[in-house]
Design a protein around this ligand. Structure first.
Ligand code: MN
Length: 128
């Protein structure tokens, strides 16, 4: 089990993502905007942050920048969770510094496999 923070303003997408991760045994923290997400990331030190890109106010790319410049959160694994599905978006987001990328709507098996891979990189694979 890992602690995973989801920053997502779409309630339907949030609910689905929470359900999938909780079903897989993870503890899930939820933030509806970047400001709340940054605060929870600092306070709770999640093993993985799943960051929507289109957020009210500060967007996900700017929020990633804030996480990276703060010594308390610079080390966190952060994956983009986004409806962007245009050719080149994945590369653009990885270039921006995200550790991974998930397109919405998520496909459960592929999503959980990707999450497990990122957690393993973070030293939080199953049984740890
Ligand atoms: Mn959004």
């Amino acid at each position: 089990m890992a602690r995973i923070l989801i920053v997502e303003d779409n309630p339907v997408s949030m609910k689905l993502t929470v359900r999938v991760l909780e079903y897989d045994g993870h503890e899930v923290l939820q933030a509806e905007d970047a400001a709340a997400g940054l605060r929870l990331a600092r306070e709770q030190q999640p093993d993985l942050v799943l960051m929507d890109i289109m957020l009210p106010g500060m967007d996900g790319i700017a929020a990633l920048g804030e996480l990276r410049v703060d010594a308390a959160t610079a080390h966190l694994k952060v994956a983009a969770l986004t409806a962007y599905a245009m050719k080149g978006d994945r590369e653009r987001l990885l270039e921006a510094g995200f550790d991974g990328y998930f397109a919405k709507p998520i496909r459960h098996k592929e999503f959980l496999a990707g999450v497990a891979g990122l957690l393993a990189e973070a030293g939080r694979g199953r049984g740890q």
